[in-house]
Design a protein around this ligand. Structure first.
Ligand SMILES: [Zn+2]
Length: 146
């Protein structure tokens, strides 16, 4: 991913979970228990619109891995578009990183310009993908893929 934003990177790993029926209460990387964490996610919405969603994510402290559920992100994104810019509904998007809660609150009070938003952005260090490796009884073991 191209380096943007002035901030040092936060969250070593990010995973956008495409599996509707899996919520990752256990980490796909280390199998430890994950926590719920509400994080302002900065999303690039095509063609040119950065938006922020304050989103409940799964977080593994051991791996520093943040997991956002794709279906929930898309639902919130669709809602946001319907409220503000219906013409952007269903456009391609990319979850770029996070921003500080204080910056997010500031952006809620006074909408930020895209450049300002990018200044507050912490880009994910590495984006991971996982797919099911094998099923062990009712549990699935995950493997990272490129
Ligand atoms: Zn982990």
């Amino acid at each position: 991913m191209k380096r943007i934003g002035k901030q040092p990177r936060r969250y070593k790993f990010f995973f956008q979970n495409p599996y509707r029926d899996v919520r990752f209460s256990y980490c796909p990387k280390c199998e430890g228990k994950t926590k719920l964490r509400k994080v302002p996610l900065v999303i690039h919405l095509e063609p040119q619109q950065p938006v922020v969603l304050n989103k409940s994510c799964r977080y593994c402290p051991a791996c520093d891995l943040l997991i956002a559920h794709q279906d929930e992100v898309e639902e919130q994104l669709a809602y946001l578009c319907s409220q503000r810019q219906p013409d952007l509904t269903g456009n391609e998007y990319l979850i770029m990183g996070t921003m500080d809660r204080a910056d997010w609150q500031r952006s809620c009070e006074q909408p930020m310009k895209p450049a300002e938003m990018l200044d507050c952005l912490y880009v994910f260090k590495q984006v991971l993908k996982f797919e099911p490796n094998k099923w062990i009884k009712l549990n699935v073991e995950w493997k990272a893929v490129d």
